[in-house]
Design a protein around this ligand. Sequence first.
Ligand code: PLP
Length: 271
Amino acid sequence: MFYNGKEWVEFPLVSGDDEGFVNGYSIYDVLRTYSGIPYNLKRHYDRLKRSADFMSLEIPPLEKIKIILNQAKKIHNYEEFRFKIYVTPFTSKYKTFYCFVEELKEDVDLIEEGVVVNIARERKPSSPIIPYYVKTPLNGSIKYVHKKYDYYYDSIVLNEYGNVTEGTYSNIFYVSGGMLLTPHISSGILPGITREDVLELANDLSLEVEEKANVQVWELLSAEEVFLTHTSRGVVPVRRIFPDFTFTVPGVVTEAILDNWKDFITEKIED
Ligand code: PLP
């Protein structure tokens, strides 16, 4: 079922006047639940608002999103779900704001075995038309160019200087000499909400952490451990970067994060 801005329908009708559909002029955010409760709803909402402000789009109030989320929970009765919000320009005819709900099943293999990623050929410009903090399909075009093969879980994208930035829908962390590192925001990344939480948890666990500017590819490829972070799956260990750079799964530091992740999230939800 989809929420079409007014009601839940089997299929949303999309107008040819909708610039989000025709020209990709839209913003979005993806939420998920843990124990049926939305993870970091306010922070996701604030990010949607920042994206909306940049693109001069209007978004519904947070209270409205909460109502729709509750409806989604009742209609679908999923134990855990992923919730995508898309906002396109309002026109006199259409209120263009859509919500999609998908059941989210824990994928234990993903965490236990780790995933394979590659490095995208395409680079990110350092002065993009739309800043990287704006979550819009217009910023995600590399996803469609590079993630052609289902074989790779995600593609790591470098900036125009050849420094590591992030995946096409995830942030990246690596462990070197026992220290946890992740590319600095200045590298040109989306400041992921899961990334922020991993940094906070790592601090709580007294791990040595650095948000590092200008991470070179060799630093990543020679790391002991690598993992990705994104809302839908949380922390995802990487076992190989194509073609043959392999990493311990789960490494000591990744395991410490994974072992404490659910409790850390649950405590936040309870707060
Ligand atoms: N980087 C990009 C480009 C993304 O699109 C996403 C999420 O979709 C992320 C990172 C991870 O962000 P979050 O942890 O908030 O899901």
